[in-house]
Design a protein around this ligand. Structure first.
Ligand code: NAD
Length: 436
């Protein structure tokens, strides 16, 4: 069960149901996605080969508003994974009180083996495949693993070509030039940093004394690292698929970011092979990094003796097998579904505070919503307005989760977040009634 993300999501719902005020019939309804489309995607690659890919779009629940959720390109994408991720989007949008339902899409592929042209062809073919499902008022895709503003631009362009006019609002996470919002790229990492700071305040602990390990140094992990470092925390380890860099005195997040942005791997960084040193950096630090990391494995990173562990890569990494070795007292789930239910039970027993994914990584969808609103208004807001609204919204969701946790004396923060999300979604279903 632990290996199946959809079963994991259902088990999380069951755990919360015990404490949630939700009708049994409605709860049963909430366990099933509304629909999932599977598309076959033949693409002629730059190499001349025609390769057939498989993609999905799952629309999980729309009781509270249009479907919303990212698109992921990864070899481990499957229908079950996409459906689990679409379910998590449903609970996330409800918890942070956005007028959206939940969806998710994905293509089974290894982006590292594809050229930029290949990725464009694949994205356009996928968009054609799902275009009857998506739209500004029906279902709005966004970036997820291995997709980015460029991917969103291709989706927007392909959709617009069929519509005969520009429809920027069909996706969020777009480039600024196409109606994207300032603050979207770093929004998820910013949200992770905000909830970590709020949790430390709640626990009466000082973040400036804290050590942090982050699995995954992609969009979310790198932005969270930078902002937590700014907040005074010490980032002692981070990783990508190649391995993890660990320095108990703290990593030089700026140097590592430059290296990764220039196409470098964490493994090369740990070995001292830096990809680039910008002129700007030369001027500040003489181009010299101030850390001296060793290379460790991704599994070892999860069990380091740190205050905060932030899984920011893939799901199912904290399991019954390794949870006994996890030493962090706080886990902030930047990735979706990183903790299995079996591991969760052990963490609850051990009083490890886990900020659940549907709260911890909600910054991305909050700012996606702000982008969508600006597009609808045909108006743009400055970065300060976007960041202030992100902080207000994720802060409110955090406070409501804590209030629920304390007042109902719930076993953990995930149960608190899920009871709120399930009650809100169930209430929308009850008001709307059962069609026909
Ligand atoms: P990304 O592709 O930018 O980065 C992913 C990182 O994880 C990379 O460093 C990659 O090398 C690493 N990685 C991949 N597989 C790994 C493995 N098996 N072990 C260790 N490291 C591995 O993706 P991202 O956008 O940063 O997303 C990371 C997580 O955050 C995902 O779970 C995603 O669903 C979630 N998330 C992302 C957003 C967003 O706005 N991008 C929003 C909410 C949640």
């Amino acid at each position: 069960m632990a290996d199946d993300p959809f079963e994991n999501m259902l088990a999380q719902m069951d755990r919360a149901k015990e404490y949630a005020d939700v009708d049994d019939g409605v709860f049963e309804r909430l366990k099933h996605p509304e629909r999932t489309l599977k598309v076959t995607l033949p693409v002629e690659l730059d190499s001349g080969e025609v390769k057939v890919f498989e993609g999905y779009r799952c629309q999980f629940d729309s009781a509270r508003g249009p479907f919303k959720g990212g698109v992921r390109y990864h070899p481990t994408v499957s229908q079950r994974e996409v459906e689990a991720l679409a379910g998590w989007m449903t609970w996330k949008t409800a918890l942070v009180d956005l007028p959206y339902g939940g969806a998710k899409g994905g293509i089974i592929c290894e982006p590292k083996e594809l050229t930029q042209n290949d990725l464009e062809s694949l994205t356009r073919r996928y968009t054609e495949g799902i275009r009857r499902m998506i739209g500004p008022e029906t279902d709005v895709p966004a970036p997820d693993m291995n997709t980015n503003p460029q991917t969103m631009a291709w989706i927007m362009d392909t959709f617009s070509m069929y519509e005969g006019h520009s429809v920027p609002q069909v996706v969020t996470g777009k480039p600024l030039e196409l109606g994207g919002t300032p603050g979207r790229v770093e929004a998820t990492g910013r949200g992770v940093s905000i909830v970590t700071e709020r949790l430390f305040d709640y626990l009466d602990r000082d973040l400036s004394d804290a050590t942090v390990a982050i699995q995954g140094f992609g969009n979310v992990g790198s932005n969270a690292a930078e902002l937590l470092e700014e907040a005074g925390a010490r980032i002692v380890a981070t990783s990508d698929v190649s391995g993890a860099a660990y320095d108990p005195d703290g990593l030089d997040v700026g140097a590592l970011t430059e290296h990764v942005n220039a196409g470098g791997l964490v493994e090369e960084y740990a070995a001292g092979n830096l990809r680039s040193t910008s002129e700007e950096r030369e001027a500040v630090d003489g181009g010299v990094r101030w850390d001296d990391p060793e290379l460790i494995g991704n599994d070892e990173l999860l069990t380091l003796d740190v205050d905060v562990l932030i899984p920011a890569a893939v799901e199912g990494v904290i399991t019954a097998e390794n949870v006994g070795d996890v030493r962090a007292s706080v886990i902030v789930e930047a990735a979706n579904g990183p903790t299995t239910v079996a591991a969760d039970e052990v963490l609850t027993e051990r009083d490890v505070q886990v900020v659940p994914d549907i709260l911890a990584n909600a910054g991305g969808v909050i700012v996606s919503y702000l982008e969508w609103v600006q597009n609808a208004q045909e108006f743009s807001w400055p970065l300060e307005t976007v960041n202030a609204e992100l902080e207000r919204r994720i802060g409110t969701a955090f406070d409501q989760t804590i209030e629920q946790y304390d007042e109902k004396d719930l076993p953990d923060l995930r149960t608190a977040a899920y009871t709120l999300a399930l009650e809100r979604t169930a209430s929308a279903h009850e008001y709307r009634g059962l069609f026909p």
